[in-house]
Write a protein that binds this ligand. Structure first.
Ligand SMILES: NC(=O)C1=CN([C@@H]2O[C@H](COP(=O)(O)OP(=O)(O)OC[C@H]3O[C@@H](n4cnc5c(N)ncnc54)[C@H](OP(=O)(O)O)[C@@H]3O)[C@@H](O)[C@H]2O)C=CC1
Ligand SMILES: N[C@@H](CC=O)C(=O)O
Length: 412
């Protein structure tokens, strides 16, 4: 008999228990032994749960029960979750998780502890919710040098942007809906300010390039400053606005990693990824471009990835699966984003913005102005040519003496 414990009975934890128990028979067949969930640990009481008999409050019961082989940590955060995970791995119990904050912060250390104690630390659910991406990147695409990974990595923000773009819903109302649906983090600032997507691109980059990329090494901005004006200008120029995380190998061995909203051409596959769906594009030197698509958040899609990892751990009890990266003390591993070439959408406001056109053209050379219905002479929107971001910023600093720089969004 294989015994499993689940720590945290929230959105993902309750989904994990529900899916596991629903498919217990087929899961047992896949593992080759009968499998069951023995304990569910949470701080709260759930007297009405069909699994109330499995509920406990003392972590040490799980830690000291030799029958428990695999534990799903679906608590979140980097305090209790870190403490639990470390102790469990040190006791030789495999841990699976959806907790990207912990993997992005402590992944190298926890993977090392798992290896040293002959068990596994798996985190398929930490990126892209239900989308298989960690295992394909680590196994199926292992024969490639990964040239670039980029995509929509946060369900909450993609849901909000879709509601704003397609239904002209306000940012606040769309966020409330995402929270109600269980997509958002406990503190949704992590979603809307891009930190969640940043953690995910760090995990993918660490896996692809073998060195831990920490979130503080990556420039990150979110969607809170995007207005319906920008959405309209973008649409008129043939783009949609998406929050994009990307990591790219540079010729000198460093990487470029960044999370920010971008204007994505409508012709690009990412432009049609809506609602809670995520999509991740991976470019390998052999395979070319491959795209992974599915629900990036939510109870059962995320549980699907957690349960998949549980099964993998049960099937490979005391056999370490090759999933690893090294710690990174090279502060320059991620190149400064301002050194990269980029094309930028800019919206400015000034008393007579029209009159600034000639000096803007002089600064940037060939650029494209965008129109929208009802635009007054006090507003201008344009797309710069591709140039070093630091040079764009220098020009905008000069321009800011005669106009307000209302928006600045990179082109994908
Ligand atoms: N929701 C989603 O769609 C996805 C979430 N994730 C990640 O999965 C993790 C869990 O998220 P989610 O299920 O949404 O979060 P929830 O807040 O819904 O669930 C967490 C649960 O853990 C409980 N808990 C908190 N502290 C402890 C503790 N010390 N010991 C035991 N239980 C505790 C919470 O109780 P209480 O409520 O009382 O604090 C809550 O019931 C997070 O890392 C999140 O980032 C990943 C992919 C998708
Ligand atoms: N809050 C996250 C949950 C899944 O990782 C998101 O919205 O993507």
């Amino acid at each position: 008999m294989c015994k499993v414990a689940v720590i945290g009975y929230g959105v993902v934890g309750s989904g994990t228990v529900e899916l596991f128990m629903k498919n217990r028979e087929s899961i047992s067949k896949k593992v080759g032994k009968e499998c069951d969930i023995k304990y569910i640990l949470d701080l709260r009481d759930f007297p009405d749960s069909p699994f109330a008999d499995k509920m406990i409050k003392d972590f040490n019961i799980i830690l000291n029960d030799a029958e428990v082989e695999v534990v799903a940590e679906v608590v979140g955060g980097t305090t209790f979750a870190y403490d639990y995970t470390k102790k469990l791995l040190e006791h030789g119990k495999s841990v699976v998780t959806s907790n990207k904050a912990l993997v992005a912060e402590k992944g190298a250390e926890l993977l090392k502890i798992a290896r040293e104690h002959n068990c596994n630390y798996l985190f398929e659910a930490s990126v892209g919710g239900g989308i298989p991406i960690i295992r394909p990147l680590n196994k199926c695409l292992a024969g490639n040098e990964i040239l670039q990974i980029s995509g929509i990595l946060n369900g909450t923000t993609n849901f909000i942007l879709t509601k704003m773009i397609k239904e002209q819903m306000s940012f606040d109302d769309a966020l409330k809906m995402a929270q109600k649906l269980g997509y958002a983090e406990a503190d949704p600032t992590a979603d809307v300010e891009g930190e969640d997507a940043c953690r995910k691109i760090c995990i993918l980059g660490s896996l692809a390039y073998g060195k831990h990329i920490y979130p503080e090494m990556v420039h990150c901005s979110g969607i809170t400053k995007i207005t319906l004006d920008d959405v309209e200008y973008a649409a008129n120029a043939g783009y949609v606005i998406k929050l994009i995380g990307s990591v790219k190998k540079l010729d000198d061995g460093r990487v470029n990693a960044i999370v920010c909203p971008r204007l994505v051409p409508k012709s690009n596959l990412l432009a049609s990824v809506d609602d809670v769906y995520n999509a991740i594009s991976v470019t390998g030197d052999g395979v070319g471009d491959v795209m992974f698509y599915g629900q990036g958040a939510g109870k059962l899609p995320t549980a699907s990835a957690v349960v998949g990892d549980i099964i993998d751990c049960l099937k490979h009890h005391h056999r370490v699966l090759a999933l690893t990266w090294e710690d990174c003390d090279d502060k320059n591993f991620v190149a400064p984003y301002k050194d990269m070439d980029v094309s930028m959408y800019v919206r400015i406001k000034a008393e007579n913005a029209e009159a600034l056109k000639s000096s803007i053209s002089e600064m940037f050379g060939k650029l494209m102005y965008i129109e929208r219905s009802g635009r007054t002479e006090n507003e201008l929107a344009f797309i710069t040519p591709n140039m070093k971001e630091a040079d764009i910023d220098a020009n905008l600093t000069i321009l800011s003496h005669s106009a307000e720089i209302a928006s600045k969004i990179r082109i994908y």
